[in-house]
Design a protein around this ligand. Structure first.
Ligand SMILES: [Zn+2]
Length: 184
């Protein structure tokens, strides 16, 4: 094979990877929340995305398999019956879908501004615990999110940064006394 043909083959392989393989695999990546059939409680699972992506046009029963679960290794030998929930709608149980859905339409408990669209790389919003401490939703265990959504309140990124500073470096921040209504 001549050098130009080899280069063309590499180029074609690169384009195939960038525009076909990666997007298809990405659909099946990400942490998902399912109801564990044994406990009926949320469990955080991840799929074998390569396997799911490259059997997507087939009818293979074992197309979806888990590569991790928050109940493993204790329950690593389980039958993975939760995959039925994933199979019904692989997108709906993604943590990022659930998180975005919870923040959508809510306002920051501190500044009152509508929560911006959730981004996954920067300026992630946070949660305000009943004890007054804010925490980024990325810093809690995904399987605890459904419970936290019923006890915590939404906080925008900016206010989370300010609250973290107040907590960790109180000497650097001046707080105006207009936040007393928060929990009233
Ligand atoms: Zn805010």
């Amino acid at each position: 094979m001549s050098v130009p043909l080899v280069l063309l083959a590499f180029l074609a392989l690169g384009l195939l990877t960038a525009f076909v393989v990666i997007p298809v695999v990405r659909v099946y990546r990400g942490t998902r929340l399912v109801a564990c059939p044994e406990t009926k409680r949320p469990a955080a699972v991840e799929l074998d995305s390569m396997r799911a992506a490259f059997t997507r046009f087939g009818n293979e029963p074992g197309r979806f398999r888990l590569t991790s679960c928050s109940r493993w290794p204790e329950k690593a030998g389980c039958g993975q019956e939760c995959l039925a929930e994933v199979t019904r709608d692989p997108g709906a149980c993604l943590v990022r879908t659930i998180v975005a859905g919870w923040y959508h339409g809510q306002s920051c408990v501190f500044c009152g501004k509508p929560m911006p669209e959730v981004t996954w790389t920067e300026h992630r919003p946070a949660l305000l615990a009943p004890d007054g401490v804010t925490v980024s939703w990325k810093d809690v265990k995904p399987e605890t999110l459904p419970d936290l959504f019923s006890t915590h309140r939404p906080v925008c990124w900016d206010c989370h940064v300010v609250q973290s500073l107040i907590r960790e470096r109180p000497d650097t921040v001046t707080v105006r006394p207009d936040r007393e209504h928060l929990w009233s």
